[in-house]
Design a protein around this ligand. Structure first.
Ligand SMILES: Cc1cc2nc3c(=O)[nH]c(=O)nc-3n(C[C@H](O)[C@H](O)[C@H](O)COP(=O)(O)O)c2cc1C
Length: 141
């Protein structure tokens, strides 16, 4: 069974990276140029934090995520979106993950705050495991 990879963005503080590395599956950091410029070889899941940068459009999508999604191959194979955020940002909570999900028509699979709790890690592993199984069934693999 193919294990769906997670492509994530994590800044220097590395909170999302710490979470991603506990998922027990292939994970790729879009902060690294090599991964940001790559194209996927099958279904994949995006994990993104939201970053209010104070620009006039209130844009919270990390530039590396935007760059990766410029590839039509990557956009087509995206199956779902997960987000890390902080409720202190109010109406902007999880804005990046939610905007990408809305724009792409893919579901938000999971959301957590900051680096997540052990429960968040377990729950996320379960959701992704179910997704692996569903995709294997859908593609006869
Ligand atoms: C400058 C800054 C802006 C942020 N803006 C938002 C935001 O608009 N919405 C949100 O839900 N979280 C926001 N957060 C919280 C981060 O998304 C969250 O802490 C995330 O886990 C950071 O991941 P990273 O350390 O891997 O980059 C912000 C954090 C920082 C430092």
């Amino acid at each position: 069974m193919r294990i769906v990879p997670v492509y994530y963005y994590s800044s220097a503080s590395g909170l999302v990276r710490a979470f991603a590395e506990q998922l027990g599956r292939p994970v790729f950091n879009l902060a690294e140029r090599e991964h940001r410029r790559s194209e996927v070889d099958g279904p994949w899941v995006l994990l993104t934090p939201s970053y209010m940068t104070g620009n006039p459009a209130n844009d919270t999508i990390p530039e590396a995520v935007r760059r990766f999604l410029r590839s039509a191959v990557n956009r087509r194979a995206l199956v779902g979106v997960m987000g890390s955020g902080n409720r202190n940002f109010g109406v902007h909570y999880q804005m990046a993950a939610r905007q990408i999900a809305a724009a792409s028509g893919r579901p938000v699979l999971f959301e957590f705050e900051i680096s997540g709790t052990p429960w968040d890690v377990e729950e996320c592993r379960r959701i992704l495991g179910d997704l692996d199984a569903a995709l294997a069934g859908a593609h006869g693999g």
